[in-house]
Design a protein around this ligand. Sequence first.
Ligand SMILES: [Zn+2]
Length: 361
Amino acid sequence: MVHANELQRFVDEMPKVELHLHLEGAIPLETLFNFIQREGTEPSIKSADDLRERLAYTDFAHFIDVWVWKNSFIKDERDFDEIAYQVLRDLSAQNVKYVEAFYSPGDYVGRGFSVQGIAERLLEGKERARRDFGVRCELIVDVIRGDGADVALRRLDEVGPYLGKGVIGIGLGGSEADFPADPYEDVFREARARGFRLTAHAGEAAGPESIWACIDKLGVERIGHGVRAHEDPQLVSLLKERQIPLELCVTSNFRTGVVESFEAHPIKQYFHQGLMVTVNSDDPTMFDTSVSREYLILAQKLGFTADELRTLSLNGVEASFLPDDDKVLMRSQFEKEWEQLLSECSVNANGVEGGRIGEGQ
Ligand SMILES: [Zn+2]
């Protein structure tokens, strides 16, 4: 059996990729607290702990309310530089080597921010983070269901100059239950033609039909969440056959009530069915999680073995939008680090490699 501290160290030191993280949902607590203090308009938030307590939700609508409240403290385009830098610093401390991060310019354009200004500041912040911490990040621009195809097409024009210079793709976010993907077919066709990589949130707040639409109509290369795919065995077969990666976010699904418990999450089932499963944190600050913690939960609550965690971490490289040459390099770096980690760590030394690792005290 492995001591809990040892397991924590193990998941912290694993090399990782993060493919489904919203920058605005990942602002480290201290940074967000500083933004709030700067305004001086929230006397009830006297400390980071007060803020942590505010980040708890009765239901999904409440989560959205708190999300909007939190965004109201982003007051200056320069804040996006700080957000990118601090988020990447935090991820780097968890040995995350590469990040594909969403951001949603549409949430800010009505408040005097420009799409270009936000992009420029994010690029500055992420380049600073790469220089200081070695972590690489590419941006995925979220277009929002319900904003309409015209707005989404305009967004492609606005972020077009940054494509290949820090922006790598577009994603579809927003309310999946209220707004089907179909009206965005032309937007995604156009995005693909221009060279954007494609992903969409689906199968989280709506069922398998929502995932089918994103695959068939939008031609996405990955599915954000896809947690409800298991409701349709034919869909599961297709996901397996085409190895369409799922950007799974276990804690997020538990906190928003998509699954009733960590144990009820289908990630283990998908993994054993041979789907291309990746592990991600979605909105880590909002859901009181981290990428490391997601792996810890898989070990402790879902019985993933050390060897299976290794496969999941390598899946992150495989499922990324990195060019093939970069993937080869990153995979070999990951394999070296894994070898070292397993040779040093009592997760291996205790002879439990390949066995259940989450039961010790
Ligand atoms: Zn998400």
